[in-house]
Design a protein around this ligand. Structure first.
Ligand code: SF4
Length: 341
């Protein structure tokens, strides 16, 4: 039985954050994997620190160095390879409207609520993002709120990061209250991976706050593999779904993690069982240090064709790529007749 007391859960998720693995040696020891062959790559932590909460490590297979969840977080020597086209700021994000506020799309703004994440994904497009210059903190939110209030074309605010759920519930409460006071806002979107790596982050108090909001709330999770969805996450998502919060998922297509049709179909099925709709499958953003995760477009479109043949259309995510400076995500043409099911 999963406890549902908001106070207890609140303590738990922060405790889990504090005891996350930051050493590859300790993580591999926990998983009973011989670290020797992987040792030379561990220095990639200097490029991007390692951080892996235990509930996420508990979803990895013991003794399997190729585990698809482990592969997403283990520093490897390949991160030092310099590959043409892979750069530190693949989406031209380092220039923002204000510190911590990106106004990329006309009707939506992205607010960097907190700089850090609970997990550091090695393929992250923001692994070089200068959070120190773009984490306005609660004082800086005021400037961002004034900007949003002065732009009536904005109807949706995307809370982002890092991971916005790294902020405490009481800070999110304050921010949500301020956003609700801006009359032209309709929707609040929360992009987060935190509940996937620490399901206890789905606290009762945050749910109650969002349930009371006049804004329509969408939570977009980031899940790349079916093994990331266990019974605990499914159980904790259920009341969010019952409260009418729209639950979507975006994944990144990653070599060695989910680049086969079976894995992608299993992911879609497991998402739906948890009440989450597959939304986007992203081609990797070409960030320096992550080239070994790249999947070429021909392979990607063949994988999507395989999904379309096996799944109902609503379980097939849109295959997209983000291009710096574009006003929306760019769909990747599958060259197929549309699925009519
Ligand atoms: S949770 Fe998202 S923002 Fe954070 S490291 Fe992973 S991919 Fe990057």
């Amino acid at each position: 039985m999963i406890p549902v007391n908001g106070g207890d859960l609140h303590i738990n998720w922060q405790k889990e954050l504090a005891r996350a693995f930051t050493s590859p040696e300790q993580l591999l020891q926990y998983l009973q994997i011989d670290a020797t062959p992987w040792q030379p790559g561990f220095k990639a932590r200097r490029l991007f620190p390692m951080r892996v909460p235990r509930p996420f490590a508990d979803k990895m297979r013991q003794g399997d160095a190729q585990d698809p969840l482990l592969r997403q977080v283990l520093p490897l020597g390949e991160e030092f390879e310099q590959v043409p086209g892979f750069v530190t700021d693949p989406l031209d994000e380092h220039d923002s409207a204000l510190p911590g506020l990106l106004h990329k799309y006309e009707s939506r703004v992205l607010l960097v609520v907190r700089g850090g994440c609970a997990v550091n994904c090695r393929y992250c497009f923001r692994r070089h993002f200068p959070y120190a210059d773009n984490s306005p903190g609660r004082e800086g939110w005021r400037e961002a709120l004034d900007y949003i209030a002065a732009h009536p074309e904005i109807n949706e605010v995307i809370l982002s990061g890092g991971d916005p759920l790294m902020a405490k519930d009481e800070h999110l409460d304050t921010l949500i209250t301020d956003l609700e006071a801006i009359p032209h806002l309709k929707r609040l979107r929360i992009h987060t991976r935190l509940p996937v790596v620490i399901p206890a982050r789905l606290t009762e108090s945050l749910l109650q706050r969002l349930d009371q909001s006049r804004l329509q709330v969408v939570m977009v999770l980031h899940i790349n593999h079916a093994n990331e969805i266990d019974d605990e996450l499914t159980a904790r998502l259920a009341p969010w779904r019952r409260a009418g919060i729209t639950l979507l998922n975006q994944s990144v297509l990653l070599a060695g993690v989910n680049d086969d049709t079976e894995a992608l179909c299993q992911l879609s099925e497991r998402l739906f069982e948890a009440g989450v709709l597959p939304y986007y499958l992203h081609q990797l953003d070409k960030v320096a240090g992550a080239a070994h995760f790249a999947v070429d477009d021909n392979t990607a479109t063949a994988l999507l064709a395989g999904m379309l043949a096996r799944l109902p259309g609503f379980l097939v995510p849109k295959l997209v790529r983000e291009i710096g400076g574009e006003h929306s995500k760019t769909p990747i043409d599958l060259g197929l007749e549309p699925n009519r099911h």
